[in-house]
Design a binder for this molecule. Structure first.
Ligand code: DGJ
Length: 742
């Protein structure tokens, strides 16, 4: 619900449990008056504005007697009047000046949520689910208007923010910085830590929690993708907050390209949290009459700890960011041939793998890289999307038919945004790759990035994929992207507009994805970027799941999936059982540990199933059965992270099903400890008075072991207070325990 107090000029933006309060000061500065646990009412008079008087800072023109510009808590800011912090918006005008002074012009409040043109965003299915405030500011001198858009979801404690800038003047202007959200919080630097997710290829989204220090702490990507190095997400976590209690503010950008995010802590311990497009690789020319829409930021507040914040993101993204037929249904359990064969496969080999897949109960075989052009290694053929008939003499349709005849569906890998220099496509269109005239290309995995800021390149991708997907029974697509940008330049854009390349690329990519996913609504689409290099809300709007990491080792997945779950639901994480020794870290986790770690995400196998022993096949059958029975609890249930592998030796996750009747504990330890301590795990979120029967249990070295434990009955009170006890007997062991409320 959103209300406006006209007399005091206060906007109160409420979700079920939170309030976000902003107001204009003398019709000019837009203050952030409060964000946190829900307040019934609010009044300026109660604010301690006097505390804002400081020496040696400028007084904003027109604000005399109302505090200094640099110390106000703002919700929207520009640089260079009295406020000298990193601003929300920084414009440069035709006369070279960079100063703006926006004043309130108008506002409207309405039920529902607007779509953002050309951009992914959260949505509502019914206007009653959310209310929106559009607050318009205007700079009289430059004739620029800014519309700040705030949407409050009524039942989910999230607020979506974005901004539209319109050039109502006569001259072209430049946007040099546009944050989707900024919010100033007094004293926050003393009370809060910054938590973010960093990593690299094959070790994505490791959890970092660090104190906020004076100055600017920033995470960002300038790689063209949201990146494995940093995710467009951070949280401000109260120093007293844990996974299960305390105040946490989350900031996430629904965007797959270059971003920046961080907190600038000023001399007074006020922090300005910000998130938006990375200004370092962005300069946008806005002609007279044109508008620019920023991506959307999603802000979440919870006083139920970090897990509390995660549950809000999970619910919102699962139900009101992901779309399409597969949003609510359980998806396919699959076998992917990549780690099983790499480029070295024949039709016969794929059919052997598919037969085993069918035998263990899988739904679909994915044919990964290497089916097109003359691609027998990663040195050629990206862009030449025609089938390699030496490997697949019956074509894709012939292969799909044979796989279908085994009772399996067929899926296919593409890497549409790329081109190999050794390809017919590149020979025909060298200017379709990103690049700068006169400068040599820097290759990555022997390939180049196509320039998706070009309409013709985007149209080509749409045409080629449409053709392939229409001519074979393909029911799943894995959309890969393996190279960061280099030689940032477009042969198509003129000198003036080169600074728009990275964002135009994203707009092009989103158009391509929107066209394809809406033309093929029955295909299940999975995003991928050298593993989880583009794991973000932007992709989830088009593709409800993403390959989480190129590291398929179950031991590393204890870290990677834990970190990913800080913002993204398990339903979005592709997660497979792969061979041992593992191909990335050479570790040998048991079959059961591998199954238990994969079962939480979108489950599959990624090995040569035709080489599995009879015993492994039997274990796989059990695993598929377990997944089909309980996958929904992992995907739609509430997640509580009980122990962090970033702070200790265990990753312990508890899932409670949507109907609250099924509870699953996944206890995973990393190293075994000799003569070891008992680890007590107290469950949470249960009904203390209810009785929970343990219906399934196994220890990770053997899926068949430990069935004897089942049948015991525990009260919720017992499980939450006495808890369950574990020892870490073997390296990288998981224990699964399933309880059902009686
Ligand atoms: C990177 C992906 O993450 C892998 O799963 C696989 O599809 C390879 N690319 C294929 O080249």
């Amino acid at each position: 619900m959103i209300t406006y107090n006209a007399e005091k000029q206060i906007f109160k933006i409420d979700t079920k449990n939170t309030s976000y309060i902003i107001g204009t000061l003398r019709n000019t500065l837009l203050l952030n008056l409060y964000y946190g646990k829900k307040l019934k009412d609010f009044d300026y008079e109660l604010c301690d504005l006097a505390a804002l008087a400081k020496s040696h800072t400028s007084v904003e023109a027109g604000m005399e007697g109302a505090g200094m510009g640099e110390v106000h808590s703002l919700d929207f800011s520009t640089f260079g009047n009295a406020d000298l912090r990193l601003p929300t918006l920084h414009l440069k005008y035709a006369d070279g000046s960079v100063i703006s002074r926006f004043r309130y012009r108008s506002h409207k409040i309405y039920a529902g949520k607007p779509k953002l043109k050309g951009l992914p965003a959260t949505y509502v299915e019914n206007d009653s689910e959310a209310d929106t405030l559009e607050l318009e500011l205007f700079d009289e001198l430059s004739k620029v208007s800014v519309t700040l858009i705030y949407t409050a979801f009524n039942e989910i404690d999230a607020i979506a923010r974005s901004m539209r800038v319109k050039n109502e003047g006569e001259n072209t202007l430049e946007i040099n910085r546009i944050m989707s959200a900024t919010i100033d919080m007094q004293s926050a630097a003393r009370d809060f830590d910054m938590l973010h997710l960093d990593g690299g290829w094959a070790r994505e989204r490791f959890v970092r929690r660090q104190p906020i220090f004076k100055g600017n702490q920033e995470i960002s990507s300038a790689r063209g993708i949201s990146s494995a190095q940093h995710n467009p997400f951070f949280a401000m976590v109260h120093k007293n907050a844990t996974e299960l209690s305390g105040e946490v503010y989350g900031f996430n950008l629904i965007y797959s390209g270059n971003f920046t995010a961080g907190v600038e802590c000023d001399v007074y311990d006020t922090t300005r949290a910000y998130i938006g497009i990375n200004p370092f690789t962005f300069n946008w020319k806005l002609k007279s009459g044109e508008e620019f829409q920023s991506p959307e930021a999603v802000l979440v507040y919870s006083d139920e700890g970090i897990s509390g914040m995660s549950r809000i993101y999970h619910k919102l993204y699962r139900t009101r960011l992901c779309r399409g037929k597969f949003r609510d249904t359980e998806r396919y359990a699959l076998i992917n041939n990549w780690e099983g064969t790499y480029f070295n496969f024949t039709e016969e080999k794929l059919l052997d793998i598919a037969k085993k897949g069918a035998e263990v109960g899988l739904d679909l075989l994915v044919l990964d890289d290497g089916w097109f052009g003359k691609r027998n290694n990663d040195k050629s053929s990206l862009g030449d999307w025609f089938v390699n008939e030496e490997k697949l003499p019956n074509g894709l349709d012939g292969l799909a038919d044979k796989i279908n005849a085994l009772g399996m569906k067929f899926g296919l890998w593409f890497e549409p945004e790329m081109v190999s220099p050794d390809s017919d496509l590149f020979r025909a269109h060298p200017d379709w790759a990103m690049g700068v005239p006169g400068r040599a290309h820097s290759l990555g995995r022997n390939q180049l990035v196509l320039d998706l800021s070009r309409e013709d390149v985007c149209d080509y991708i749409i045409t080629v994929l449409t053709d392939i997907l229409s001519n074979a029974n393909i029911e799943y697509v894995k959309w890969d992207m393996n190279k960061s940008f280099s030689e940032f330049g477009s042969f198509y854009l003129d000198a003036e507009h080169q600074g728009e390349l990275c964002h135009r690329y994203m707009l092009g990519l989103y158009r391509v994805m929107e066209t394809l996913v809406s033309s093929f609504p029955n295909i299940l689409w999975e995003g991928c970027s050298g593993g989880g290099g583009r794991f973000d809300g932007g992709i989830l709007y088009y593709m409800p799941q993403i390959w989480t990491s190129d590291c398929s080792d179950a031991g590393e997945r204890m870290l990677i999936q834990y970190g990913t779950s800080i913002c993204y639901p398990f339903s979005s994480m592709g997660s497979h059982v792969s061979a041992i020794p593992n191909h990335q870290v050479w570790r040998e986790c048991s079959m059961a540990t591998r199954g238990d770690m994969a079962a939480m995400g979108q489950f599959g196998y990624e090995l040569d199933m035709s080489k599995m022993s009879d015993e492994e096949i039997e274990q796989a059958k059990e695993q598929v059965k377990f997944y089909k029975k309980y996958g929904e609890v992992f995907h739609k249930g509430d997640l509580y992270r009980l122990r962090s592998p970033f702070e200790g030796n265990e990753a312990v996750l508890e899932f409670i099903s949507e109907d609250e009747n099924t509870v699953i504990l996944n206890y995973a330890n990393r190293l075994a400890t000799i003569n070891n301590a008992v680890v007590v795990v107290k469950l949470t979120g249960l009904d203390p008075d209810a009785i929970y029967e343990e219906v399934e249990a196994h220890i990770g070295h053997n899926v068949f072991a430990n069935k004897i434990r089942i049948g015991r009955e525990f009260s919720g009170e017992f499980l939450m207070n006495y808890g369950l006890k574990f020892t870490n007997q073997r390296d990288f062991q998981t224990t699964i325990r399933v309880f059902v409320k009686k």
